[in-house]
Ligand binder design. Structure first.
Ligand SMILES: Cc1cc2nc3c(=O)[nH]c(=O)nc-3n(C[C@H](O)[C@H](O)[C@H](O)COP(=O)(O)OP(=O)(O)OC[C@H]3O[C@@H](n4cnc5c(N)ncnc54)[C@H](O)[C@@H]3O)c2cc1C
Length: 403
C-alpha cells in the first residue's frame, strides 16, 4: 500500500460543480485536491452540445470568482420567456415573462457546456492551490474522529479533514456509503441538441407544454437555439433514433413557427429523467453537493443552479469555520450547511416534480386547472415578479458569493 498524503480538503468529481467548488475554495487560500475518474478531454467531449440556463445568482457567483466573461463564455441573455400549451393542433398562450419585470438585467443566461467547462478546466490547471488528479476514481474512504482516509483507484491514499463529493446524479460514492435516498422515475427521457435557423430568436425562451412533456426552445448566441424535449420513454427512444430530417419534421410540428428552417448542429443527446434526492447530504466528514445530492427534472433548467447554490453555501460555511479555527469536517459545520440547504433542495425538487405532473398529463380537469392557474398568474405583475425572482435564484438567505 502507498504512503498517504495529507490534504485539508479533497473533492471527488471535477464536473461543473466540483470544479467550481475547488476554484471557490482556492480563491480563499485553501489547498485542494480534486480527483476525477475521467480526463479533461473526455469531460469536454462527453458534454459537447449540452447547454444550461444559468440564473442571475449563478452568474454572480462566476463573476465573484472572476470567471464570468460573457464573450469567452459565449453567453446569451434570455430577455423574454413565453409559456404555451399545444394539444392536437391547437397552441394556446399561457404566460409571458418580460425583461421589464426586472430592472436587474436578465433573470438568466444560456451557456454552452463547452465554453463553461473550458474556462473551468483552464482555471483548475492554472491555479497553484489546486492539485487536479485525472483518470483516477475515489473508491473508498475510512473515517475516524480525526480524519477521513480516502483511497483512489491506483490505491494511493489521502488523509483529509473533509471529503466533498460531487460525483454526479448516479453517485456511486453515495451507493457505496449506503446513503438513503428518494427516487422517482419519470418514465420520460429528454432529447437535447442545438439548432441553427434563419430567423432571429430575439432572446426569447419558449416552453411549450405538449401532451407527452415540456419542450423548451432556448436562445444561443447567433441565429442558434437549443432544445430540451421531455417525452415518454418509448416515444423518446423512437424519436431519438430518427434521421435528422425526420426528427426535425416532428420537432417543427411541435413548435409551430418559432424557428425558421432549423437544422441540427452536431449530435442530439438523450437522458433518462428521474428525481433522485439524498435524504441528508452530509455524512461523517463527507458532504454531497450538486447532482450527487439531488438530481431534478430539467423542465425549469435549475439543476446546475441548485448545485452552484450548494457550492456557494458550503464555501461560506467552510470559510467561517476556517476563520474560527474549526475542524472543517466537524459535525457542527456540516449540520450548519445541511440545515441551510435543506429548504431550497426540497422545495425545488417538489416544485419541478409538481409542474411535470401537472403538464405531462392529459386529464381534462387538470388541463383546465393549469390553464386557469397560468392565465391568472399572467394577469398579475406581482405574482410574475415573484416567479422571475425564483428563476433568478433570488430567494431565501443567500450566501455572499451569489449576491
Ligand atoms: C436534459 C438536461 C438538461 C439540463 N438543463 C439544465 C439547465 O438548463 N440549467 C441547469 O441549471 N441545469 C440543467 N441540468 C442539470 C445539470 O446538467 C446538472 O445539474 C449538472 O450538470 C450537474 O453537475 P455535477 O458536476 O454535479 O455532476 P456531473 O456533471 O455528473 O459530474 C460528475 C463528475 O464526477 C466524476 N466522478 C464520478 N464518480 C467519481 C469517483 N468515484 N471519483 C472521482 N470522480 C468521479 C465524473 O467523471 C464527472 O466528471 C440539466 C440536466 C439534464 C439531464
Amino acid at each position: 500500500m502507498k504512503s498517504s498524503k495529507k490534504r485539508k480538503i479533497l473533492i471527488a468529481g471535477a464536473g461543473l460543480i466540483g470544479s467550481t467548488m475547488a476554484l471557490a475554495l482556492a480563491s480563499e487560500g485553501f489547498d485542494i485536491t480534486v480527483v476525477d475518474g475521467t480526463t479533461a478531454k473526455h469531460r469536454i467531449n462527453r458534454n459537447k452540445g449540452r447547454t444550461y440556463a444559468l440564473s442571475r445568482t449563478s452568474k454572480n457567483l462566476l463573476t465573484n470568482l472572476g470567471l464570468w466573461d460573457a464573450k469567452r463564455l459565449n453567453a446569451c441573455p434570455i430577455e423574454n420567456i413565453l409559456l404555451s400549451t399545444k394539444r392536437s393542433d391547437t397552441k394556446r398562450h399561457l404566460m409571458e415573462f418580460k425583461r421589464e419585470s426586472s430592472d436587474l438585467g436578465p433573470s438568466s443566461y444560456m451557456i454552452e457546456d463547452f465554453y463553461l467547462r473550458r474556462v473551468l478546466e483552464a482555471e483548475l490547471i492554472k491555479n497553484s492551490k489546486i492539485q487536479l488528479i485525472n483518470a483516477l476514481e475515489v473508491i473508498k474512504d475510512e473515517t475516524s474522529c480525526f480524519e477521513s482516509k480516502v483511497m483512489l483507484s491506483d490505491k494511493s491514499l489521502f488523509n483529509t479533514e473533509i471529503l466533498i463529493i460531487s460525483d454526479g446524479r448516479e453517485s456511486r460514492l453515495a451507493k457505496r456509503l449506503d446513503k438513503g435516498f428518494f427516487k422517482k422515475n419519470y418514465n420520460q427521457v429528454a432529447i437535447v441538441g442545438n439548432l441553427s435557423h434563419k430567423n432571429e430568436h430575439k432572446f426569447v425562451a419558449h416552453q411549450v407544454f405538449l401532451s407527452g412533456g415540456p419542450l423548451a426552445i432556448l436562445p444561443l448566441q447567433g441565429k442558434r437555439s437549443t432544445f430540451v424535449w421531455s417525452l415518454p420513454n418509448e416515444m423518446g427512444a423512437k424519436l431519438s433514433k430518427y434521421k435528422d430530417h425526420l426528427f426535425l419534421k416532428h420537432l417543427n410540428k411541435s413548435i409551430g413557427d418559432i424557428l425558421d428552417n432549423p437544422a441540427l448542429e452536431g449530435e442530439k443527446k438523450i437522458f433518462p429523467l428521474y428525481l433522485r434526492f439524498l435524504r441528508d447530504s452530509v455524512d461523517n466528514r463527507k458532504v454531497f453537493i450538486g447532482d450527487s445530492a439531488q438530481a431534478i427534472h430539467p423542465l425549469a433548467g435549475q439543476g446546475l443552479n441548485l448545485g452552484l447554490r450548494d457550492v456557494a453555501s458550503l464555501f461560506e460555511v467552510l470559510l467561517n469555520g476556517k476563520k474560527l479555527g474549526l475542524d472543517l469536517g466537524s459535525d457542527e459545520l456540516l449540520k450548519k450547511y445541511e440545515s441551510w440547504r435543506s429548504f431550497d433542495r426540497i422545495s425545488l425538487a417538489t416544485y419541478t416534480d409538481l409542474i411535470n405532473i401537472l403538464f405531462s398529463n392529459n386529464n381534462v380537469y387538470l388541463g383546465a386547472l393549469r390553464e386557469f392557474g397560468m392565465n391568472s398568474i399572467d394577469k398579475s405583475e406581482l405574482l410574475k415578479s415573484f416567479f422571475v425572482k425564483e428563476a433568478a435564484g433570488e430567494y431565501g438567505n443567500l450566501p455572499e458569493l451569489l449576491r
